[in-house]
Design a protein. Structure first.
Lengths: 86, 319
């Protein structure tokens, strides 16, 4: 059976670890953040912090995956030999 | 499937298998048979167990099929399809109102245990999961046997997780294990006709049905983490495509192709800078492959993800 290139397994493993870690952080830390006080300003502050942390989790996964993929693509293209035209 | 395949050929519903040299004609869509198998299977589980889990899974399959068959016949917009697929999760939420044990709004992690229950957030994420997962399955449907192998492997990973949860942790019912079996069965049955060289393609009606069933099973069986891990290759594939084309674009409307077929009949990665970076292209950057080698290569990533998923399930429910 033809296997995929090893770096893709590594990218997959990083994606897996980040999904597990970030999901736990989201449900274990971000969602229960509080308790929500009866003060509107503090309430808004907590809500804003939750949104910021959620956005941060998404962006960090996005950036890490993008960086790893770009590194992989750049490395592969550098080592490629000329191929038949399409 | 054979009578329906003959009907598709007779009615001229065939498409080019563009990855073959010379190009061959393949009947499509085989989705109606896939969806029929899913609904009948889940109905049988419901009649045997009386549980609402197969009702939620079967309803999700039926709605996703309806969206898919419309897309096969008329072609939906890039953004319309994901929005309509949210409807596949609606029966799940409605059934939860009838039976509040249908799903548990917590996630269970290895060693760390359960998170606190968060019904609103969990339900919103569960609804969002249907278009995300169904589209991820749809994007894994490009080559002979790719979607059927993928669906079979990830459904086996979920079956393993649900079985462990039932027998070791004791907080799942045998009905939940039984609800996974129709997905395993239709994936295996469809593989017979879809493997290389394909005798039928499933179309969007088939791939969306597979995806919606998988999402519904992950939620109702309480194995969300194991399910997400199993489909990491599909998540990455969607991520690559969406970031490359910068948004939801119907794949038939993509102008730049990520791969092409060389004169030797093998598949090559395109060198153009603005080409969508699909998972297939990333594999082919390592060198050209024929279609069978490419699908095997992709499946090796799925097998790896399923092993990680099984490890997570073992660590969560046994240790």
């Amino acid at each position: 059976m033809k296997s995929a290139p090893v770096p893709l397994f590594l990218i997959e493993a990083v994606a897996f670890l980040m999904i597990i870690g970030e999901t736990y952080f989201f449900f274990g830390v971000v969602v229960p953040l509080g308790p929500v006080p009866h003060n509107l300003e503090t309430y808004t502050g907590y809500a804003g912090l939750k949104l910021l942390l959620t956005f941060g989790l998404g962006v960090s996964w996005f950036l890490v995956m993008l960086a790893l993929t770009r590194l992989y693509v750049r490395t592969r293209l550098r080592h490629r030999t000329p191929k038949p035209s399409s | 499937m054979p009578p329906f395949r003959s009907y598709l050929i007779r009615s001229g519903r065939v498409v080019d298998d563009v990855h073959k040299r010379p190009v061959t004609k393949v009947p499509t869509p085989g989705g109606p048979v896939v969806a029929l198998g899913a609904v009948v299977g889940e109905l049988a589980v419901f009649l045997l167990t009386g549980s609402l889990v197969p009702v939620a899974v079967g309803s999700a399959a039926a709605i996703a099929f309806a969206v898919g068959i419309y897309d096969d016949l008329k072609v939906l917009g890039g953004l319309t399809k994901p929005l309509l697929l949210v409807l596949a999760g609606v029966p799940l939420v409605l059934l939860y109102l009838v039976q509040p044990t249908l799903y548990n709004p917590v996630l269970t992690f290895p060693f760390l245990g359960d998170t606190a229950p968060h019904l609103t957030i969990y339900t919103i994420l569960a609804l969002a999961a249907f278009p995300i997962v169904a589209n991820a399955f749809n994007m894994m449907d490009s080559f002979n046997g790719q979607i059927s192998w993928f669906s079979l492997l990830v459904s086996l990973a979920v079956l393993f997780g649900v079985s462990l949860r039932t027998w070791y942790a004791g907080n799942a019912a045998p009905a939940q294990v039984a609800s996974v079996l129709p997905l395993v069965g239709i994936s295996l049955g469809f593989l017979v006709f879809n493997r290389y060289p394909s005798r039928v393609f499933d179309g969007d009606s088939g791939s969306l049905t597979f995806g919606a069933m998988f999402a519904a099973l992950a939620v109702t069986c309480g194995v969300e983490i194991a399910a997400i891990v199993a489909i990491v290759p599909a998540i990455l594939n969607s991520f690559y495509t969406l970031t490359s084309v910068r948004g939801f674009v119907e794949r038939r409307k993509m102008t730049a192709r990520p791969t092409y077929i060389g004169e030797d009949g093998r598949l090559y990665a395109t060198d153009e800078p603005h080409t969508p970076n699909t998972l297939i292209r990333l594999i082919l950057l390592d060198g050209p492959l024929d279609e069978r080698q490419l699908v095997n290569s992709l499946l090796s990533l799925t097998v790896f993800a399923c092993i990680l998923s099984a490890t997570i399930s073992f660590m969560t429910w046994v240790l």
